[in-house]
Design a protein around this ligand. Sequence first.
Ligand code: 5RP
Length: 241
Amino acid sequence: MSADEHKKMAAMRAVEMVEPGMRIGLGTGSTAAHFVALLGARVNAGLSVICVPTSEETRKFGESRGIKMSTLEDEPELDITFDGADEIDGDLNMIKGGGGALLREKIVAMASDRVVIMVDESKLVDTLGAFKLPVEVVQFGLAVTIDMIEALAADCGCEGEIALRKTAGGEPFVTDNGNFILDCDFGQIEDAEELEDALRYVPGVVESGLFVDICDVAIVSGDDGVRLIESEREDRGDDEA
Ligand code: 5RP
């Protein structure tokens, strides 16, 4: 089975978790698109849900499939979010942002009671970092931001090329929020939480693609079938209590 077929298998398992009336966050990327297509089929068969997309791409695709789309302004509390990931480790920490939607993905995930991540088995790693870490940065002062990221990441043992993401046409890639993405080739990230904290210290950094302690359930599809890995952390609601 190809990686894309595994993504679809994971999405098929995920869509079974959807219940009538749910307020749902919708991720971005090819795995999330499988989920949206499957959810659209259920909606067309009569399921009533309301969804908040993590990108304009997902908004358009969801609407084309007949799914009612809303915003966090109208639906600030979501029951569940379904998204993909670029890498996920055994503690369910992740690298996301391959599709450039990491900021909205993190905002929507943090507004959700539960976060379900759908991946093909190739995304499951012992240590994060083979995938270049996307970091969303403001356009102003780019060179200064890169220098600060370099210095602070080095303090965390992370060194490597930092490249401005470009479109196929060679122009800087601009996110839905009007920012740039830096792809950081740091190699193995031994302490994702430490690096995430360090990156937050850089004024020009809007958000990093490190998602620490956010995923509740990973649905992993591989040649041996589909399995669920559940996080041991408490619900986000309990964290805040
Ligand atoms: C987009 C993301 C995606 O979830 C991630 O890139 C995985 O994409 P795909 O499902 O296409 O493999 O973080 O910003």
